[in-house]
Design a protein around this ligand. Structure first.
Ligand code: PLP
Length: 396
């Protein structure tokens, strides 16, 4: 692959592919690319100045790093560098959107959002609605996990101020019609908020061509370090911080931002090749699993999906039991794995209207660029064996 770990100068034992169990949970987080880790380390150790220090060159060097990272993030998504604001996580960036909108709009307003948004959006909007700051109009998806343009147009007719539509779903991987939705929101003067945490670095994104008002991306989903994310958008130019310019600016996490920028640069150069290979691995895994478990059903199978995603259900095989059996050998999750450890049916599979048995047995797999063919074959056999074992213990 374009980003083979062979190129890495870190010790092999610290390279992502040497980590066991086999890691197939790349929607939760990705390993840090060793080339990115080197940038993070050298920033921490050698370029440790405070970017807000104007008195000496340490500050200048650190400010230059922030500047370069902003440029690399912007280039990955077709934005202008001045439209990028760094945050510590996608969750924080999403909260910033609502904070800025509340500050700009004052009174209560309506926000439309798809029912399959990440809990970072759903929980935030639900809490804001409960507190009386806004009203939420939830948009349904279809049985494949796709939000239709008709559903989006209907929601726009109900005159929301903002519309949240994630670019790619974190459970079933479905790619939403963001560019088409943007045409509708723009002509109705509705602000479009696109959570691209799963899509950025996996799919081409062009903020300026797509008329997206706010776009969110997260470093740790694209082989960068945790602790950096970005809110990107033209809207940010008008909606300045409520704090005056002379107010104290927080010290940014320069090392994480440096790594985020490098990760974005690498994704821009290598994404197409890597994702094609990841797609091949996913198809190979699906074929091998289907041969061993002929009654498995892929969730969202008929929708366009990100290359590394495979979400499937097997009747009579509770997902938590399979995950528990695989705990030390293959890292995968149930559909609800991102819901902050809260057990229960996945809100995405519920929104898709899947029958209970498919919700209760759904397994989410996310393949990444460091996975090898051997790992995929081993993982397929281990997952199939665990599934069969859970099934036969349930029958007994
Ligand atoms: N949005 C989506 C689609 C996600 O998958 C995630 C994380 O799983 C988030 C938002 C939250 O990202 P972060 O961990 O950077 O807050």
């Amino acid at each position: 692959m374009g980003s083979s770990v062979e190129n890495a100068t870190l010790h092999p034992e610290t390279s992502p592919s040497s980590v066991r169990p086999i890691y197939l949970d790349h929607h939760a987080t990705t390993p840090v690319d060793p080339r990115v880790a080197e940038v993070v380390l050298s920033t921490m150790v050698q370029r440790y100045g405070n970017p807000n220090s104007v008195a000496h060159s340490f500050g200048d060097v650190a400010a230059g790093i922030i500047h370069r990272s902003r440029d690399d993030v912007a280039r990955l998504v077709g934005a202008a560098p001045e439209d990028v604001r760094f945050t510590g996580s996608a969750t924080e960036a999403l909260r910033l959107v609502i904070g800025l909108e509340m500050a700009a709009r004052g009174g209560s307003f309506t926000v439309a959002a798809s029912r399959i948004e990440h809990p970072a959006v759903i929980d935030m909007l639900t809490a804001a609605e409960r507190a009386g700051f806004l009203m939420v109009d939830w948009i349904d998806c279809d049985a494949q996990g796709l939000v239709s343009l008709t559903a989006i147009a209907d929601a726009i007719d109900r005159r929301p101020a903002l519309l949240f539509l994630m670019a790619a779903n974190n459970e079933v991987g479905t790619i939403q019609p963001v560019a088409e939705a943007a045409v509708l929101t723009r002509s109705a003067n509705v602000g479009l908020v696109v959570d691209a945490s799963q899509a950025a670095g996996r799919l081409p994104i062009d903020v300026s061509a797509s008329l997206i008002d706010y776009l969110i991306l997260s470093s740790h989903k694209l082989y960068g370090p945790k602790g950096a994310a970005a809110l990107v958008g033209l809207e940010l130019r008008d909606k300045a911080s409520p704090f005056p310019l002379e107010a104290h600016a927080p010290t940014p996490n320069t090392a994480a931002i440096a790594g985020f920028g490098e990760a974005c640069r690498l994704r821009r150069l290598e994404m197409a090749v890597d994702e094609a290979q990841i797609g091949n691995l996913r198809d190979r895994l699906a074929v091998r699993l289907a041969a061993a478990i002929p009654d498995m059903v892929v969730n969202g199978a008929r929708a366009p999906r990100i290359a590394g995603n495979l979400n499937f259900s097997v009747a009579g095989v509770p997902n938590d039991q399979v995950v528990a059996r695989l705990r030390d050998t293959v890292a995968i999750s149930t559909g609800a794995a991102c819901s902050f450890g809260v057990d229960g049916p996945s809100h995405v599979l519920v929104a898709m209207g899947l029958p209970n048995w498919r919700q209760e047995t759904a397994l989410r797999i996310g393949i990444g660029k460091f996975n090898t063919e051997t790992e995929i074959e081993q993982a397929a056999d281990l997952i199939a064996t665990a599934t069969q074992a859970v099934r036969s213990s349930a029958i007994r």
